[in-house]
Design a protein around this ligand. Sequence first.
Ligand code: NAD
Ligand code: MG
Length: 330
Amino acid sequence: MPAKIWKDEEVSLDPIREEVIAVIGYGSQGRAQALNMKDSGLKVVVGLRKGSKSWGLAEKEGVRVLTVGEAVKEATIVHILIPDMVQSKVYKDEIEPNLKEGMALSFAHGAAIHWGWIEPPAEVDVIMVAPKGPGPLVRELYLEGFGVPSLVAVEQDYTKRAWDRVLGMAKAIGSTRPGVIKTTFKEEVETDWFGEQVDLCGGVTSMIKAAFETLVDAGYQPEVAYFECLHELKLIVDLIHRKGLSGMYEAVSETAKYGGLTRGDRVIGPASRAAMKAILKEIQSGKFAREWIEAYEKEGKESFEKYIRELKEHQIEKVGERLRKLMWRD
Ligand code: NAD
Ligand code: MG
């Protein structure tokens, strides 16, 4: 069965006009979603830590800011947009004590609920609006009269209004204009993590590095290898994004068509597919979630920053720094 997709004309804001939405956090998603919902006419208050750097910015941009606990006290929907790894503590300390029957706990990612980092009481709704794009784009496309598509889910429907609430919020941030897709918390987390590990962040950087190293090791100039293996990827991905995989092939040379179509599956062959399956299993079983929590508890952000430092030392980064200066001025 094809996935359920809601469009703008099928969704009304009316059922949530009287709700007070406490957006917790004013970072990438928090800022974009709070401003979009406010501009859509909803009642929005932002909850932040005392002394948070974002406090002044949020006030300057015209939203009311309170501490997290105070914001939750005023709210009927609590939209939690702080980093996933701090959600459990902030929930315990400041959100849970202020929850009342019939409120909704809302998320932009399914992890905290799916893995049990947060265990909400039975008498609230638990919903998710997960935009399929970074916060700044959520804001930018909204201002252009469009939006970023979102996934929506309901984990707990105490009030029997959970779908009205989640769809109303999705409309208010602009997502029903392109469309909103129905999912579950489990599907959202597992596919989101799989995508970023195998394809979007992990897979693509490893592919770029490996292709670059293969050329440089064979004696080609790193600058030329950089253009081939990294720079041009954007042009190709833009084509795929607009026209699909076969649409991209229509736009490249005949040699690129024949070469790409007969060689691609050798690069991502049985070994890579087996690795993808193993990585998916680690996600589904909770092994990755446990490893990530343990790493974060032990080392905090250092658990990934050490790898970023290592990456910065890679030759492709040094070459890239020099070449990007020639191409972009910012
Ligand atoms: P972010 O790191 O950009 O923003 C964090 C905000 O939380 C900041 O305002 C920060 O001051 C505040 N904060 C941090 N620690 C806090 C604490 N202990 N108490 C109170 N406030 C605290 O986060 P983000 O990328 O916007 O992610 C928020 C949620 O959105 C996450 O669940 C994430 O998975 C989800 N999401 C993000 C994206 C994305 O592209 N960034 C896309 C879809 C979903
Ligand atoms: Mg994602």
